[in-house]
Ligand binder design. Structure first.
Ligand SMILES: [Zn+2]
Length: 448
């Protein structure tokens, strides 16, 4: 253990809402998954290097991790002994501690479940067929347009709480079910309101370019202009979004439209990310000039793009819970991507149409069983590489001195169990910004 006094170079920048964060010593950790190492997206064999410390302890002060080591070192540490009266000890009961999950792709601003679509699809209708019949994304429009900002933020906050109950501490949250100037801005405000009430970190994204709303069906260029000339400048001016995302796909936005929207984002100082290759092939090179931080879905990525992508800092974010929920046979080609050297992340894609889950451990499980990623690879893809997909790798994604005190505690003896016990609530505690705030299971950890 290295005491805070000797770690002056780290942890000086306060994390979010950490002023009141107590000093916390997590101890009795059977496996600590540190993911220590280079602050860059992990590729190939690096995805399996978890940096496991057995019988470990972690000290967090002021919302930051200040030291990581064995329990024996913590017991002997002079700083800890001197300050014991103001350190709260958390007994992790022989469980596993890993960096809080980074869910780098979610759509939480909606109000209603899509139960009719669900039944139609069970009866054989396709995702695109349902969308053409007026279901899909467009069916969530009215709920968002007619709801108040407060109602929307309540929905977002309840989703964030469910996420943290299963170990997630950082969430990328998109607008995209308002599809009007007023409703998209209202959606981003709702994300900001909810984020202020949640101890974790929320990264807001403007997804005005989700689909063309019905009133613009015959004048789509006017809607693209509305996004570029009104929504993006307003979101940037009011700092309501860090990213602009586009659903670049047949039935949504064409490559040329996507280029215009991403160019506007860059012009207004916002970073970019894209939904691409979910339903059909597309060339990533057409968008590379806008330097998306993440290419998301990638089910139909072409072989020729793999080598180029492997050379980029961009992350391929795979969203297999959508494939699961849509009942698809085909899943994103994780092995091809990893073997080509592409940095791969995994996220929930939480949304009412294709992925109504907030549960990252479930995503880990699907990625193992349907995409043949190993239990170690899926941990890295949902922590370190998720952080890289949001360019937060200097603060998130590993348990190392100087990083934010964002941790998930699981009531298992081996990290592989997190993916193994399907749809089980085994998260026994979540710490974000140094605050212990959430537990899903009946085996919750306790402060001593
Ligand atoms: Zn999505």
């Amino acid at each position: 253990m290295v005491s805070p006094a000797r770690e002056k170079s780290h942890g000086s920048a306060p994390g979010k809402r950490t002023a009141d964060s107590p000093s916390i010593l997590l101890t009795n950790i059977r496996q600590l998954i540190s993911l220590r190492g280079p602050v860059s997206p992990r590729r190939g064999r690096e995805l399996s290097e978890l940096g496991i410390i057995e019988d470990a302890a972690v000290l967090c002060v002021g919302g930051k991790i200040v030291s990581v080591g064995s329990r024996r070192e913590a017991q002997r540490d002079a700083w800890i002994q001197r300050n014991r009266h103001r350190i709260r000890t958390v007994d992790c009961r022989g469980g596993v501690v890993l960096p809080g999950f980074v869910d780098s792709h979610t759509h939480p601003v909606f109000t209603e479940a899509r139960l009719v679509d669900f039944e139609k699809r069970i009866s054989g209708a396709s995702y695109e067929g349902i969308a053409e019949a007026g279901g899909g994304i467009r069916s969530s429009l009215n709920g968002v347009r007619e709801s108040s900002r407060k109602e929307l933020s309540d929905h977002v906050l309840s989703a964030l709480r469910r996420m943290s109950a299963s170990g997630t501490t950082t969430v990328e949250a998109k607008s995209g079910y308002g599809l009007s100037m007023e409703s998209e801005i209202k959606s981003l405000e709702a994300i900001r309101d909810a984020a202020r009430q949640w101890p974790g970190t929320v990264v807001p994204t403007l997804l005005g370019a989700h689909v063309i709303p019905p009133e613009f069906r015959d004048r789509r260029e006017d809607y693209v202009a509305l996004i570029c000339e009104k929504m993006i400048p307003e979101a940037a001016r009011r700092k309501l979004a860090e990213y602009v995302d586009v659903f670049c796909e047949r039935g949504a936005f064409a490559v040329q439209e996507t280029q215009g929207i991403l160019a506007s984002a860059k012009h207004h100082g916002l970073a970019t990310r894209v939904h691409i290759c979910q339903l059909s092939e597309a060339r990533l090179g057409d968008l590379a000039q806008f330097q998306p931080h993440s290419y998301d879905h990638m089910d139909f990525v072409t072989e020729v793009d793999l080598a180029d992508l492997a050379k980029m800092n961009a992350v391929a974010t795979l969203l297999p819970a959508a494939n699961y929920f849509l009942g698809l046979q085909k899943y994103p080609p994780a092995r091809n991507l990893i073997d080509a050297g592409v940095a791969v992340a995994l996220a929930t894609d939480y949304n009412p149409g294709s992925s109504p889950t907030t549960n990252m451990p479930f995503v880990l499980s699907i990625a193992c069983t349907h995409m043949k990623m190993s239990p170690a690879e899926v941990i890295t893809a949902t922590t370190c590489n998720g952080a890289c997909a949001l360019r937060l790798q200097n603060r998130k994604g590993s348990i190392e001195p100087g990083k934010d005190a964002d941790l998930a505690v699981f009531a298992v003896r081996d990290y592989r169990e997190i993916a193994y016990w399907v749809a089980a609530d085994l998260c026994s505690g979540t710490i974000a910004g140094g605050q212990l705030f959430s537990a899903a299971s009946s085996t919750s950890i306790q402060f001593e």
